[in-house]
Ligand binder design. Sequence first.
Ligand SMILES: Nc1ncnc2c1ncn2[C@@H]1O[C@H](COP(=O)(O)OP(=O)(O)OP(=O)(O)O)[C@@H](O)[C@H]1O
Ligand SMILES: [Mg+2]
Length: 273
Amino acid sequence: MTVPEGTIDTTTAAAGAAAPILRLANIETGYGPVQAIRGVSLEVRAGAIVTVLGANGAGKTTILKTISGIVDPSKGTVEFDGEPIQGRDPDWIVRRGISHVPEGREVFPLLSVRDNLMMGAYTRGDRAGVAADLERMYGYFPILAERQRQEAGQLSGGQQQMLAIARALMARPRLLLLDEPSLGLSPLLVREIFAMIRRVNREQGTTMLLVEQNASVALAHADHGYVLEVGRIVLEDTCERLMHNADVREFYLGVKAASVRGEQRWKRRKQWR
Ligand SMILES: Nc1ncnc2c1ncn2[C@@H]1O[C@H](COP(=O)(O)OP(=O)(O)OP(=O)(O)O)[C@@H](O)[C@H]1O
Ligand SMILES: [Mg+2]
């Protein structure tokens, strides 16, 4: 078959635009004898918000730690922007454009809010750009501007989560890794934080990879999702479709099977389809 002249470039450009910024292939990571994730493959397209859903101990944090270089995989590859980054130091990876908001926030409790934010910009030399981004963060999270001179340890849990996100954004990442931003927060604060995550994604074009136990909030805000069970990906789809998947509804959203498929509870087994 012959391809008409002039169509090749367009096809290539379209394929290029859809290329993933992050790609994990067959990743295995463990802690000593404990194998935490097994054969995990996933992709995140530039500009998207992607979520990994999973219960306690499923391996969500391990996926993020493997990407940001805190732990090294024993097998598999992590590609960022087409370049293998697995096994690199966390500092090198931050400079490459990936910031990680850890589980449990981990702000510096004795430093002021402002100094915490400035710590996030430690890799940057452009002082004017850093000053502008500091103001931008105060615009996104006005409470941080109000509390900028207070010690971060005095902030509420929700405010610390905002600070942890803003601190990570101060590095101007192309990819932001978020580890359970909803954990321990009231539904109102969770909505506020997720609205902000979306706003940053839209306005700054920051790609986001978000791991969550809170499936309903993650599916409502992300574009694409993966379901992780005991270290393996068992399902992948758009969040729109995952929200309507019978297994996701029953086992992650707490909607009874009877109301989904008309089957009795005792008959239901997860089928992941
Ligand atoms: N430092 C560690 N040493 C040994 N085992 C670990 C360590 N960190 C995690 N694990 C184990 O690895 C598995 C995956 O843990 P991980 O923290 O990635 O799960 P998670 O999905 O983030 O869980 P959670 O929802 O509780 O945060 C679990 O079995 C856990 O016990
Ligand atoms: Mg975790």
